[in-house]
Design a protein around this ligand. Structure first.
Ligand code: HEC
Length: 100
């Protein structure tokens, strides 16, 4: 019985922690939806803040060049992932953003 209570308490704390984390600093909350959003969040925020990417505006060609430069720094992306990411970046952080 006692251990069940402890377990419930731990779960409550974990849930509360997760909620405040999302509120305070989940960068995905402000990102436009898209196929490559997860990719961007998981691969592109290790070495610099995500804002180093999302505060830029580039053409598709320039995004492709930037992503391949990041591959040179060690970011692991398959060719399909590069295409998805470049398309997502060009669409949402392009020179003519199509944000809603
Ligand atoms: C292995 C570390 C690392 C990862 C992971 C990484 N970057 Fe970078 N990034 C850097 C470094 C170092 C710089 C600063 C040097 C520079 O500007 O060339 C940088 C700078 C940038 C810049 C600013 C320079 C420019 O071309 O405008 C952009 C945009 C960028 N990264 C995009 C990305 C994207 C997109 C991803 C995910 C695919 C990513 N980064 C992941 C290391 C990384």
């Amino acid at each position: 019985m006692k251990s069940r209570r402890v377990c419930l308490l731990a779960a409550t704390i974990a849930a509360a922690g997760a909620v405040s984390y999302v509120d305070a600093q989940d960068p995905t909350a402000t990102l436009p939806d898209g196929s490559a959003k997860t990719l961007l969040v998981e691969r592109c925020a290790d070495c610099h803040p995500l804002e180093s990417v999302t505060d830029k505006r580039k053409s598709e060609a320039d995004w492709r060049a930037a992503v391949s430069q990041m591959q040179g720094y060690g970011v692991a992306l398959t060719p399909d992932e590069v295409d998805a990411l470049v398309a997502y970046l060009a669409q949402n952080f392009g020179l003519t953003p199509r944000r809603k």
